[in-house]
Write a protein that binds this ligand. Structure first.
Ligand SMILES: NC(=O)c1ccc[n+]([C@@H]2O[C@H](COP(=O)([O-])OP(=O)(O)OC[C@H]3O[C@@H](n4cnc5c(N)ncnc54)[C@H](O)[C@@H]3O)[C@@H](O)[C@H]2O)c1
Length: 439
């Protein structure tokens, strides 16, 4: 099948590459000329495990190309995916200008029937607006499909190639058949392709992300309560998560959710509810809890040093909003670092993949260390912010030698309090008993 994907970010690049991998003929289009140029030169602008090899193979085999020429791509394709960003605006509503612009451009450029597929996360009703724009710009027939994406950054290829389910919102049988055909190679293992109306498909994406965000905020609230009453959230998590009705996934206490999706999608659904004169107190609370949780590590640091942070140095391990990505959008590290800098601290940072992204944000306000242990040299404490697997079994003697005092604030509970006690660390996890040696 001939496909074009407009918007070559995390979603567009992964989707386009995976469609090429299953034998389709794909052109990925972006307005960012530098991005397209670097992809053409074989440099992948984002870190996503397995993506680079897949791109190289499909480009070499002639199934995948990158372009800024939307006209050529639309003329080439039967199916045009829209995968541009939908960031939230001031009022929480997603900014749909890029979606509308691309719909208008596709309408102007198409020269026959096209299937226009919204892969971006868009509020209910966007399909109708896209259809209206297409109707006003082309005489040719079209179908508009709502096909939200559920991949996780860090495991995006795996998720795309082996989805739990595929959601397809359509209003015509022809569009449903083309989409089922396109996804057939990815669901051979038996994953269902759910055909529904466009509005339900658009809603499904927001409902899924909101429920995942709710689980995270819930376990964070339980963690904070555990700290207050002297319980250990890691036991509680097992105790509730092993109930098959609940499940263990997304029940890890930590520093709150970040990334480009959950914060934006929770805001968007709240905005949708408000526009229907409905309150959604549950999600309002989810967002409030998350904002507070992102500051949890800083609050612990402040309280340990009795508010005297001026002149102290902290080594930070982990900047990305989660492991296996270089994405720092809405990452808990952002607010933490700003809080530390504002309090007069020196901040030394390390992340296995997100250092370049961090450099663009913090410039020379922090120091960057290619090796994790270097970030601890002369620091008062280690702050663990992202649970990269390479941090799980560190050389604790080296950590001790680097730090002024053996103090660790663990925002992701990657170490055991009992082990840290034996190793002589003062240790502050989330929702678990802390270990305090005499100062
Ligand atoms: N990142 C994720 O994990 C994820 C997962 C599921 C869904 N989504 C949704 O998918 C959408 C895209 O997210 P993303 O993370 O890939 O965004 P992104 O910001 O990484 O990429 C968007 C791309 O679109 C390009 N673009 C903008 N306007 C354009 C135009 N007029 N023509 C061509 N290209 C244009 C930008 O240059 C950029 O490269 C969003 O709606 C997001 O909510 C994201």
């Amino acid at each position: 099948m001939k496909i074009c994907v407009v918007g070559t970010g995390y979603v567009g690049l992964v989707a386009g590459t995976c469609f090429a991998e299953s034998g389709n003929d794909v052109i990925c289009v972006d307005i960012d000329e530098d991005k397209v140029q670097s992809l053409r030169e074989g440099r992948v602008p984002i870190y996503e495990p397995g993506l680079e090899e897949l791109i190289k193979r499909n480009v070499a085999e002639g199934r995948l190309a990158f372009s800024t020429d939307l006209r050529g791509a639309v003329r080439h394709a039967l199916v045009c995916f829209i995968a541009v960003g939908t960031p939230h605006g001031e009022d929480g509503a997603p900014d749909l200008r890029a979606i509308h612009k691309v719909a208008k451009d596709i309408g102007t450029l198409m020269d026959g029937y096209r299937l226009v597929v919204c892969k971006s996360t868009v509020p209910v009703g966007t399909h109708a607006k896209v259809a209206e724009i297409l109707s006003s710009t082309t005489e040719h027939p079209f179908d508009v499909v709502s096909n939200p994406e559920f991949m996780k950054e860090g495991a995006a290829i795996e998720d795309f190639l082996k989805p739990d389910r595929v959601v397809i919102g359509v209003s015509s049988a022809k569009a449903a058949e083309i989409m089922k055909d396109l996804y057939a190679p990815f669901v051979r293992g038996g994953a269902p392709v759910l055909i529904m109306d466009n509005a339900s498909a658009e809603m499904t994406k927001y409902a899924a992300n909101s429920l995942l965000a709710t689980k995270i905020s819930f376990i964070n609230e339980i963690a904070n309560l555990c700290e207050a009453v002297g319980a250990d959230v890691s036991h509680v998590r097992q105790g509730i998560g092993l109930d098959r009705r609940l499940g263990l996934h997304f029940l890890y206490p930590g520093l709150g959710y970040g990334g480009s999706c959950f914060p934006k999608d929770v805001k968007a659904i709240l905005h949708t509810a408000a526009s229907c004169d409905l309150e959604f107190p549950l999600l309002t609370a989810v967002e409030k809890v998350n904002n507070a949780q992102k500051r949890r590590l800083f609050t612990k640091v402040q309280s340990y040093y009795d508010g005297n942070l001026e002149g102290r140095t902290f080594g930070i391990w982990g900047l990305a909003f989660k492991p296996r990505t270089d994405d720092m959008r809405e990452a808990p590290a952002l607010g933490l670092i700003e809080d530390l800098l504002r309090s007069g601290c020196v901040v030394r940072v390390h992340d296995p993949e997100a250092m370049e992204v961090a450099r663009r944000i913090f410039k020379d306000r922090v120091t960057y260390h290619r090796h994790n242990y270097d970030a601890l040299e002369g620091a008062d404490a280690l702050l663990l912010v992202t649970e990269w697997s390479e941090f799980r079994r560190p050389d604790f003697d080296r950590i001790k030698r680097g730090l002024k005092e053996p103090v660790i604030f663990d925002g992701r509970n990657i170490w055991e309090p009992a082990d840290m006690e034996k190793l002589g660390f003062t240790y502050f996890p989330i929702g678990r008993p802390s270990v305090q040696h005499r100062r």
